[in-house]
Design a protein around this ligand. Structure first.
Ligand code: ATP
Ligand code: LTN
Length: 362
């Protein structure tokens, strides 16, 4: 993959294997269904890397619907967004033959292991998590849910169940990964070595996209204004308009300079990320030309990219039977791995194993 990562795993030469089959090192990641559509930042900063990782790793990718209920939610909207999230993963090229694609709540072991890990997590340790501090800052700690407080513990469970080698996430999740490693180590030393300590695989220097209206802030589903965010599933005509109205900088020169020219730099980053051509190529091509010309071309590049993506997503959403099959297969593959780990954990912590009666009730 092209991304520079903190921890660059050695390339593997093994042949493609079926999801869950154990021949290749595992990667795991999740994305929350907290908006109608992924934005272009989510795509270039995260989902596109997932697609690349499928070649060399054995991936588990899921829609974190249980994480989405740690803040206020609407059940109908959550259901819709969960399916949209899965359809967008498929449209982006996450291949169900190579990757287990599933919905977090379809694999009950996530919540079950989270409960065990809750008993190993210090209150102060959880309170130090900066995401909790940030997200609870608005209404005050008293208004935040216990779920939001325990969010990182559920995330640790998501990860540890699969004993993955790597967890690709953005820089903002680094602290949660550290907690995950601490919990794994604590469990392993208090009981028996059960969990693998996952390596951070922080997608740091992959393209980071900024808000079109305020290019000093990152493009974000929770804080960008509608005009600042490029949503993958919105009407491409609207997208083109947003790019043509993007805030640019004083002066007229088209060059990459995040400090002096964040608006122009953002447009150059987008053009480069979607075409595979270097930023320098666009700087050269636009020497002596106007900001308006650049915006027009970037609008075309983005529209050419998002239009088929959107069409593919809508097709997957139209064929819910297929989508549900993919998610059922993903949950079967993931569930088998997760349940084996959970059984091991339950045994270590002293839960009495239930008598398993056969389905026939014999
Ligand atoms: P929120 O605003 O709710 O925090 P978000 O838009 O930042 O949401 P997340 O769900 O936190 O998106 O992130 C999903 C993935 O997308 C993460 O791996 C994150 O690093 C990546 N990502 C999010 N925003 C950007 C961006 N502007 N540029 C590049 N990558 C991004
Ligand atoms: N917290 C992550 C989403 C997430 C995740 C995970 C990522 C939930 N569980 C497990 C990696 C592994 C986020 O908001 N980006």
């Amino acid at each position: 993959m092209s991304a520079t990562t903190e921890q660059q795993p050695a390339p593997q030469t093994a042949q493609p294997a079926a999801p869950g089959s154990g021949a290749r090192p595992r990667v795991l990641s999740g994305i929350q269904p907290t908006s109608e559509s992924f934005h272009l930042g989510n795509y270039v900063g995260a989902v596109r890397q997932w697609v690349d990782l499928q070649r060399e790793y054995q991936p588990f990718f899921f829609i974190a619907d249980q994480h989405a209920i740690t803040v206020e939610w609407d059940p109908k909207v959550l259901r819709e967004r969960t399916l949209r999230g899965a359809a967008q993963l498929l449209a982006a090229g996450v291949d169900p033959k190579r990757s287990a694609i599933f919905v977090q709540s379809h694999v009950p072991a996530h919540a079950q292991l989270a409960w065990v890990l809750n008993g190993l997590t210090g209150f102060g340790e959880a309170r130090r998590m900066t995401q909790f501090k940030d997200k609870s800052a608005k209404g005050g700690e008293g208004a935040a849910s216990v779920g939001l407080f325990a969010y990182p513990v559920l995330m640790a469970a998501d990860i540890l169940l699969y004993r993955p080698h790597f967890v690709p996430v953005g820089e903002d999740q680094r602290q949660h990964l550290e907690l995950t490693r601490d919990l794994a180590q604590r469990f392993n030393s208090r009981f028996k070595k059960t969990f693998r300590l996952p390596e951070p695989y922080i997608l740091k220097e992959t393209a980071k996209l900024y808000d079109l209206q305020d290019p000093t802030r990152k493009m974000s589903k929770s804080s960008s204004s509608p005009g600042g965010i490029i949503e993958m599933l919105e009407d491409p005509k609207r997208t083109a308009k947003k790019i043509r109205s993007a805030v640019t900088d004083s002066g007229a020169e088209i060059r990459f300079d995040l400090e002096e020219k964040p608006g122009v730099s953002n447009l150059l980053t987008i053009a480069s990320a979607l075409t595979g051509q270097s930023v320098a190529h666009f700087e050269e091509a636009y020497a002596g030309r106007m900001y308006g010309d650049l915006k027009k071309e970037v609008a075309e590049i983005v529209v050419d990219f998002v239009t088929p993506f959107r069409d593919r997503t809508l097709e997957y959403l139209d064929d819910q039977a297929y989508l549900m099959e993919v998610l059922a297969d993903g949950a079967d593959t993931a569930g088998a791995v997760a349940e084996a780990t959970l059984r091991d954990v339950y045994q270590q912590v002293g839960f009495v194993a239930p008598l398993r009666r056969s389905a026939a009730g014999a």
